[in-house]
Ligand binder design. Structure first.
Ligand code: CA2
Length: 143
C-alpha cells in the first residue's frame, strides 16, 4: 500500500484553542482522524508528524526518502519564512501537496508569500479540514 506522510508545522498542535473564526474549533487530534479517513478512502496508509521546530521538520522530510510516496504539508508559520523546508522537499523529490486551513491570500500581507508553493504539486488553502481531503485526492490522482 502506498504511504503518505502528513506534516504539520508550529502551533498546529494547539488547534482549536484560539481563533476559531480563522481555524475552526476542532483540535489537532480531530484533524489527524479526519485526514486519516480521507487518506484511507483514497487507498493510502497514513502517518502523521507535528513539530514546532524547523530542523525537526527538515529531518522528517529527509527520513521520508524511499519510505513515503506522497507528502501533505501544512508548514504553518514556516510557510512564509523557511527556505530549508522547500529545499528538503525538493531534495527528496516526493510529490507534495501544501495545505492551509485559512486563506493565506486574504489575510495579512506577510502570509501571502509561500516559499513552499513553487515546489508543491498543488496548494490548497481556505477550505479548513476539507483541504486535507482535497490534498488526499490530488495525491490519489498522481501517485
Ligand atoms: O492557515 C493555515 O493553515 C496556516 O498555515 C496556519 C498557521 C499560520 O501561521 C499560517 O499563516 C497559515 C498558524 C497555525 C497556528 O494555529 C493556531 C493554533 C491555535 C491557536 C491559534 C492558532
Amino acid at each position: 500500500m502506498k504511504k503518505v506522510l502528513v506534516i504539520s508545522g508550529p502551533n498546529l498542535n494547539l488547534l482549536g484553542l484560539r481563533e476559531p473564526d480563522i481555524y475552526g474549533n476542532r483540535n489537532y487530534d480531530a484533524l489527524v482522524e479526519f485526514t486519516r479517513t480521507a487518506l484511507t478512502d483514497c487507498g493510502f496508509e497514513a502517518e502523521f508528524y507535528q513539530s514546532n521546530h524547523e530542523g525537526d521538520l527538515v529531518d522528517k522530510i529527509q527520513e521520508a526518502y524511499g519510505v513515503f510516496d506522497g507528502i501533505i504539508i501544512n508548514p504553518a508559520a514556516y510557510t512564509h519564512t523557511s527556505v530549508a523546508i522547500p529545499d528538503a522537499l525538493k531534495a527528496v523529490g516526493i510529490p507534495t501537496v501544501e495545505v492551509h486551513l485559512s486563506d493565506i491570500n486574504s489575510r495579512e500581507e506577510f502570509r501571502r508569500h509561500s516559499f513552499v508553493s513553487p515546489i508543491a504539486v498543488a496548494t490548497i488553502c481556505g477550505k479548513g479540514f476539507d483541504g486535507y481531503k482535497d490534498a488526499a485526492e490530488v495525491l490519489r490522482d498522481i501517485i
